[in-house]
Design a binder for this molecule. Sequence first.
Ligand SMILES: [Zn+2]
Length: 477
Amino acid sequence: MQSVVDHFRELSRIPRCSGHEEKVREFLQDWGGKHGFASRTDAAGNLLVCVPASPGQERAPVIVLQGHLDMVCEKNRDSGHDFTSDPLKLRVEGEWLRAAETTLGADNGAGLALAMTLAEDQTLVHPPLELLCTVDEESGLTGASSLEPGFFTGRVLINLDSEDEGVFTIGCAGGRESTMVLPLEYASFPESGLLFELKVSGLQGGHSGVNINERRANANVLLARLLAALHGLTPIRLAAISGGSAHNAIAREASARFAANPADGPRLSGLASRLQERFSQEYPNEPKLAVSLQAVPETMDRVFAGELTDRLLDLLQAAPDGVTAMSREVPGLVETSVNFATIREKGKELHLLFSQRSDKAYGIDGLSGRIAALARLAGAGVLTGNGYPGWQPDLDSDLLARSKRIYRQLFAAEPAIEIIHAGLECGIIGAKYQGMDMISIGPTIKNPHSPDEKLHLPSLEKIYRLTAALLGSYCRD
Ligand SMILES: [Zn+2]
């Protein structure tokens, strides 16, 4: 039997960015074939490897071990790494495994390596196993969303995609996106006007679910407040605006260009720097927050027409962002939140993207309604996505009770039980397959999705032992 780390090293040689999972899928099918495990795929590219039970355990309940095939491919700015062909360069630093220059892909290669090792371990007694390996988790949970009824048969599922050893995740939020679409009209650039550029930068950003309760500054929100204040001092005419990078990230940067009277330049700059100071007091957690306002030598031939600047500035200021409700059941858990994610000009439209999360359907519906109503007030349309469902925790879960008992026996410690304010594949799977008993666990991974990602090796060993014992607990003597 190979160790979990050996399997992880093999996986690290195979390109597997989201949307390009074919090579790793083939690799796992070949690996299964060598061990005599049947496998099948579906139209989306999800893979199921069926591992027969240990002798005598054929009638034990089927256990699904689940993880995702894809990884986030991020590298350092100066790295020449080619994710479509180059193996990751792994290195051990003390108790940690990391990759030179790139993401490590322990999210979720560690889960796949754990499942492979459990499947081939002849010293274990285990029930029939189904290794459910989904595609494209990282860019929008689309693999899990495409699962067809009957693709797998087990009703007990251990998701191996968590990132904190000692924490059992038993529930998660659902999500939905709404896009306000504001038609743009233009007028010619005012003859006596000068073009200015306003920028907000240096913010820490972060995950729009996990970090939303930390009151990090959102660059789109600060930009809106700055523009409104400047417009209050002297009329400005917006010419361009953009902000944020992704639906699931808190906006780190935003900028706008506008026309104003050249003589007002010093007053506008003075106000911008006073507001920067005020923001710094409001957000002591954003030490690198920077606001800059400068006249731009280039020219633009147009600005937003008529009253559009006023209407857009009102809309931007009223745009919802942040936590809107805390859980009544779980102290400290965010129940509902919205991230004012991006501002983009697309053709003759301005698109404002909002990402809503809640573990309650009414939380998401309420926010979507607010966003749609606000859009109407501003003369904008709204596009609402279907979203994905949350995972309602089951505190009476048999799997949870076993996991706690075994964790205490193995490690003489109490596991933490958590519900997270972010999307997990378990939510989607539970909505598609009735009667699932699920838990999400995993080794400790720091800084996932960034080149600083690292995997704590002793925690990998602990998760292996925990999962092995859990499988054993479903077997008969
Ligand atoms: Zn993951």
